[in-house]
Design a protein around this ligand. Structure first.
Ligand SMILES: O=C[C@H](O)[C@H](O)COP(=O)(O)O
Ligand SMILES: C=C(OP(=O)(O)O)C(=O)O
Ligand SMILES: [Mn+2]
Length: 461
């Protein structure tokens, strides 16, 4: 404790201090996809309060993630990033969060074995509450209302009251993120899941269906590795998958900047609402407000790159977001679609390689493969998702770059939102059984593990 006592403004403990004007330079620049808050005074009251609240994550944890991502950029680790398209306040329960974590741990164990690399685990979790939309309005049965923009902004229910943007929700985002993060920290540090336990869960999963037998060779190899470790005196039961980071799309800049603080150790700015933040395909304009905000923070930052991205766009984003070329600072998440990745990704990778910049290359095989099923549900085919991942590996292998990771929308339960799967198939007719997503279709537990085994097989080929 500081010698001047607890009332002092500084302590020996590294702290984060209130925002600095650099957190607000985005206000002078056009910002896409911002809610039309009906009452600016109410918004101001909430963001003023948010600036006084404690950080959700520590700046030093963001630095640790940047180090881990630097290893990914060098080809020495693999990133698994996943979670809901849109978290909802109602789904902040031990069950929902626990199943999601368990699914990510299980996938990470499979991918660690497949890639022979450490897997960096990052959730789309504890802050993923805001959605960019293709259209700002939705029409149902002749009635037109504002689109749902995530629980951070309005309610999913199709009524004028629910769809009215309410800035009080931003305070609820903070509270629900804090509760989620608290549970995640307890679950990851509480020793719930060591490597052997996670592998037992994977074995149970494979035992559930005859189709699971197709992954028997991989599971058997992992058994052998665990036996080998025990025999060599390295106790796998003590290898807990403890390290876990949070991420979300930094979309609503009033919220993100209210939670941006100065790190007293270094004077650098950090967005303390999550360890890593990304800029979406709809808000990645080089001269736009989201890039302007992100360039001032020291967190690891990612940008989604859709099929219209030019190599000049990619180079300009590097210049703007990572002028100092800090290892692990910048991740590019391509989301081209299975039918375009082999054509569109190579040029971007080649030009970035030629510039000498080192970024982390990640594949989001979800957002370029969305279609509407005959019954009206938004869905994605498991085969197309796997095809985009396969194309991503092919492109990087051909160019000598590292396929650094995968970014997925998934849940830990048995929802029926994506079609297909090789272990437990979901058909288009079954989408209505358990379609629970508030926005985009997620892989369910079985499809997520299926994808991890297939990706491990790609590594092994
Ligand atoms: O999650 C991503 C976007 O918010 C989502 O894909 C947009 O969906 P929309 O095209 O239905 O607006
Ligand atoms: C909005 C999203 O993706 P994109 O910006 O790539 O469309 C998302 O990740 O949910
Ligand atoms: Mn989505």
């Amino acid at each position: 404790m500081s010698s001047t006592g607890p009332s002092s403004q500084t302590t020996d403990f590294p702290t984060t201090l209130p925002p600095d004007p650099k957190a607000d330079t985005w206000r002078a620049v056009p910002a896409a996809q911002q809610p039309e808050w009906p009452d600016p005074g109410a918004l101001r009251a909430v963001t003023d309060e948010l600036t006084t609240l404690p950080p959700l994550v520590a700046a030093s944890e963001c630095d640790t993630l940047r180090d881990r991502l630097a290893a990914v950029a060098r080809g020495e680790a693999f990133l698994l990033q996943g979670g809901d398209c849109a978290e909802t306040f109602d789904s902040v329960t031990a069950d929902q969060i626990g199943h999601k974590l368990k699914t990510l741990w299980q996938m990470a164990a499979i991918l660690t074995y497949g890639s022979e690399l450490p897997v960096v685990k990052v959730g789309r979790i504890a802050g993923q509450y805001a959605k960019p939309r293709s259209s700002s309005e939705e029409t149902l049965g002749g009635v037109t209302l504002p689109s749902y923009r995530g629980d951070a902004v309005n309610g999913l229910e199709f009524t004028p009251q629910a769809r009215r943007p309410d800035p009080g929700r931003l305070r609820q985002v903070y509270d629900h993120s804090a509760a989620t993060l608290n549970f995640v920290r307890a679950a990851t540090s509480g020793g719930i899941a060591d490597l052997a336990q996670v592998h037992t869960w994977n074995r149970e999963f494979l035992g559930l269906s005859p189709a699971g037998q197709r992954y028997e060779h991989l599971a058997g190899d992992i058994d052998g590795m665990l036996r080998f470790m025990r025999a060599s005196g390295a106790d796998p039961d003590r290898l807990s998958p403890t390290e876990f980071f949070t991420s979300h799309e930094a979309l609503i800049l009033d919220y993100e900047s209210a939670l941006t603080r100065v790190d007293s150790r270094t004077g650098a700015l950090y967005d303390v609402a999550g360890h890593m933040v990304w800029i979406g395909e709809r808000t990645r304009q080089v001269d736009g407000a989201h890039v302007e905000f992100a360039r001032h923070i020291s967190n690891p930052v990612a940008v989604k790159l859709g099929p219209a991205t030019t190599s000049d766009d990619a180079l300009a984003l590097i210049e703007r977001l990572d002028p100092e070329r800090r290892p692990g600072r910048l991740t590019f998440i391509s989301r081209m679609g299975a039918d375009q990745i082999r054509e569109k990704l190579p040029r971007l990778v080649e030009k970035v390689q030629a510039s000498g910049a080192q970024v982390v290359w990640v594949c989001d095989p979800m957002h370029g493969n969305t279609y509407t099923a005959p019954d009206g549900h938004k869905t994605r085919r498991f085969d197309a998702i796997m095809d985009e991942i396969t194309g991503f590996f092919e492109v990087h292998r051909a160019l000598g770059s590292h396929p650094g990771g995968i970014h997925l929308e998934l849940t830990g339960t048995s929802v029926t939102e994506c079609v297909g799967g090789t272990v437990e198939e979901v058909t288009e007719d079954e989408l209505g059984f358990r379609y629970e997503s508030a926005c985009d279709p997620r892989l369910n537990h079985s499809q997520s593990l299926d994808l991890a085994f297939l990706t491990a097989e790609i590594f092994r080929r």
